[in-house]
Design a protein around this ligand. Sequence first.
Ligand code: DI6
Ligand code: FE
Length: 401
Amino acid sequence: MKTLWRNARLATLAGPEPWGWVEHGALLSDGDTIRWAGAQAALPAGLQVDAEVDLGGPLVTPGLVDCHTHLVYGGQRAREFELRLQGASYEQIARAGGGIRSTVAATRAASDEQLFASARQRALALMAEGVSTLEIKSGYGLSAEHEARCLRIARRLGRELPLTVRTTCLSAHALPPEFDGRADDYIDAVCAWLPALHTAGLVDAVDAFCEHIAFTPAQTRRVFEAAQRLGLPVKLHAEQLSDQGGAALAASFHALSCDHLEWLSADGVRAMAAAGTVAVLLPGAFYFLRETKLPPVQALRDAGVPIALASDHNPGSSPGLSLLLMLNMACTLFRMTPEEALRGVTAHGARALGLHDRGTLAPGQRADFVAWDLAHPNELAYWFGHNPCRRRIVAGVETGR
Ligand code: DI6
Ligand code: FE
């Protein structure tokens, strides 16, 4: 089915213009693919279409990509938030057995239906702001059985909602209590269960948390080697709380992305640039943990490293469900430009997932796009606490907002 979407102000993010801007634009979708995008006046003559939609003049952007979330988990950690406000640090809480471990206990105790229902509500909140591609990590199950359960629930979300879900196995997120004091044995176990998760079709990429409160670079390397043996791409939670040299390690495995990066060194930047690894910045976690060390945005720009932004939705360090708020925070906290922020949640977010078929409005790309009650794309990063999403089109089909 060919549909002509007329009367839009297009931020295509393709071509040399700032924003890939087309003031009086139109899009032609054919099934789930964009066939044509450009100025309405330049539409090919004699075009035959099955349907025509007058969008009425709003801003249209590519569908948003949230390339880093931990959406499937049980419980919540509001009490831990209170403790942090009274002076306890994230590290102290983690070392005292709270933090990620408390979410692991709640996740294991929850039923599949409870996990699915809560994750579905969260996905719907993100989608309401224009998200059409969502990455979901495991990492709160931390056993073969519970990691598989969480990844299956993530896959089910992708089947039941108008949404692309990419799954990432983050079994090396924290040490589960049954492996206390035996981190290397736990990494052996993770490497041993990964092939079965992969064979079950549950894994699109493999991630780890390389940090002094989590896993060492040597342990991270072993997880990456296991991924490499299966032909799976890797990503890394790197340099969030300290510089462990994780980004350079991940880059040596041609990582799709390194995420967080507040403590990223000049060597790390160079290694990422050489490997084509995307930098995923997570302003929600920076804000919620009240961090002060800023990621090296200018060094990343200078080196030509693509910068993506994501919600990092999780119950401990970023319990927010607004990707648009991340655009605003990336500008106010990290001094990114509004245009960089939009590219960060579209083209660069897609690249952080290894997806090259989305993130711009151009022929051959997936027909995922959003119409906003806005006149200019710089407003996406400007307003906050307000949802200007008017219409979502996913794979060429209009979905409820
Ligand atoms: N870094 C984070 O910010 C999240 N995971 C990670 O590796 C936090 C996860 C949590 O606190 O539950
Ligand atoms: Fe994360």
